[in-house]
Design a protein around this ligand. Structure first.
Ligand SMILES: [Zn+2]
Length: 514
């Protein structure tokens, strides 16, 4: 009976309001569903400024929402599109208690005059007040805090009165409970019925991941960091991104990451060049590259290493990318070969020139510059030199002796990963190399072919005789390319090489053939 009376009572008012708006603005469209209204299609309530336009519209037409005593509280105003529009957002209040997820939004276009262009509302149709709470705030707090599944929550907000909309409007105490563990965050919002203490609703308030991409400027192709080969942007896989003071993840092959430790708090998200899954790069010439961004859940944060493309930074990104790619060259073809699965210590920008080396548990690269013998070299941390030094690490992990076998094997890692017949391309500046595999092959037993010395390198025994093994693999690559075509031929050779790596006995004793 009461319901009928309300409808009878309100109906003329609603009709009057809508008719009035329609009469004033014939182009206006009014869309209505219970508790939801949208008004658009006309510019309304011209005024000198945006707040006046919004307030005037509400004063004249708010009955279009169908509630006689709609009580609205302004909760925010924002500028849109660089000030061309303003939005005024209100929430519905019933007896000074806010209605959850209720709103009226008024969009005002700011020209010479301000005009209302769009209004939407979501609200409770009945504005009847609720009785005084039967349970108080501390009794409400006790309800979830005594439940076993919320025992990790130690931070409790003060309860506030609210009106919960679904399934039937209910007056509740609303409050959040949080855990202190940032790595495993928990935060829930509780809604406790003020009439009987029932837990009407629990909302998991940890929704938002932080995600993005990590990339860096590195030397393209197989050439080093020379003016003719400026750094370009490459994605960085297998690098750690983490929440400062919390846990982290590694980027995938596309350089993408998603932190599944969502947080409603603002946090610092960090990545560091010495924190890779397969590469830990240390800058001996200064600080290690590190990036930090302040972030909150739900945001995308991309990280770009080496924006300034300085030598000592490019070398760090080069080392990271090529140590990682060489590791993955094996991992992709021999997933059970776990002996390489370490974050490999890589020193770059060491204060010397024209060399790089492998030393048991690390690889080391020198900075650019000239030596006393009149030779000028690039920074040695680039693709082929990195792959070669990592190749020595593989030989070590396989439990084999280095010697000529190690040199030839390490060259093969470069030759086959990059499909380039030169090793150390442009090592001592443009149009040079360390070893040239287009040169006459070395045959068994090894005689060092001095005619194959290069601009940067005079062959001694280990490297010269190592060319017998490297050259063998380069020949296999070319022959399989002839049979299967260049691409399939390369793939087959790469797989064959990795398979062979796992079964080879290595070379002859030191001082002999590879
Ligand atoms: Zn070597």
């Amino acid at each position: 009976m009461l319901r009928w009376m309300l409808i009878v009572f309100f109906l003329p008012t609603i009709l009057f309001a809508q008719t009035s708006l329609k009469e004033q603005y014939p182009d206006v469209t009014i869309q209505k569903r219970p508790g939801i209204t949208a008004v658009f299609g006309a510019t309304m309530n011209e005024a000198d400024d945006a707040p006046s336009a919004a307030i005037n519209w509400l004063g004249q037409y708010q009955n279009v929402f169908g509630i006689d005593n709609l009580d609205l509280e302004l909760i925010r105003t924002n500028e849109l599109k660089f000030g061309t529009h303003s939005v005024f957002v209100y929430r519905q209040m019933i007896g000074e208690v806010p209605v959850e997820e209720s709103f009226v939004r008024i969009v005002v276009a700011n020209g010479e005059k301000a005009v209302v262009s769009f209004v939407t509302g979501k609200y409770l149709v009945s504005a009847a007040e609720f009785p005084k709470p039967q349970i108080d705030a501390s009794e409400a707090l006790a309800v979830p805090s005594q439940m076993a599944q919320y025992r990790n929550l130690t931070i409790w907000e003060d309860p506030e009165l609210a009106i919960f909309r679904e399934p039937i409007p209910t007056q509740v105490w609303k409050f959040a409970g949080e855990s202190k563990d940032l790595a495993n965050p928990e935060r829930y919002i509780f809604f406790v019925d003020t009439a009987n203490g029932n837990l009407v609703h629990v909302e998991d308030d940890v929704h938002y991941d932080i995600w993005g991409n990590v990339s860096g400027y590195a030397s393209p192709g197989t050439q080093p960091d020379l003016p003719g080969n400026p750094p370009d942007l490459f994605t960085m896989s297998d690098i750690k991104v983490w929440i400062d003071g919390g846990s982290g993840v590694f980027t995938n092959r596309d350089g993408d990451y998603r932190l599944p430790y969502p947080t409603p708090y603002r946090v610092d998200v960090v990545t560091n060049i010495n924190q890779g899954m397969w590469a830990a790069v240390y800058n001996i010439g200064g600080d290690d590259l590190k990036l930090l961004q302040s972030a909150v859940g739900g945001e995308q944060h991309d990280f770009i290493y080496n924006i300034d493309t300085e030598e000592f930074d490019t070398s760090q990104v080069n080392a990271f990318i090529h140590v990682t790619s060489t590791h993955n060259f094996y991992k992709d073809r021999a997933p059970t070969f776990t002996a390489l699965d370490v974050s490999f210590h890589t020193d770059v920008n060491v204060n010397s020139v024209c060399n790089a080396y492998f030393m048991g548990n690390r690889i080391v690269f020198f900075r650019a510059g000239g030596n006393p013998f009149g030779m000028t070299c690039v920074n040695t941390a680039y693709s082929q030199v990195i792959a070669h030094e990592y190749g020595h690490f593989v030989v070590n992990r396989l439990g084999l002796a280095q010697g000529a076998f190690g040199e030839g094997y390490a060259d093969a890692v470069s030759l086959l990963q990059y499909d380039d017949y030169l090793v150390g391309r442009d090592f001592c500046m443009e149009n040079t190399s360390i070893r040239d595999y287009s040169c006459e092959p070395v045959t068994y037993p090894c005689e060092i072919p001095q005619q194959c010395n290069t601009e940067c390198f005079r062959h001694g025994w280990v490297h010269g005789c190592g060319k017998m093994l490297g050259g063998l693999w380069w020949l296999i690559r070319q022959n399989l390319g002839d049979v299967y075509g260049p691409e399939v031929g390369l793939e087959v050779t790469q797989q064959l090489f990795v398979d062979w790596s796992l079964i080879t006995n290595g070379g002859e004793p030191v001082g002999s053939n590879p």
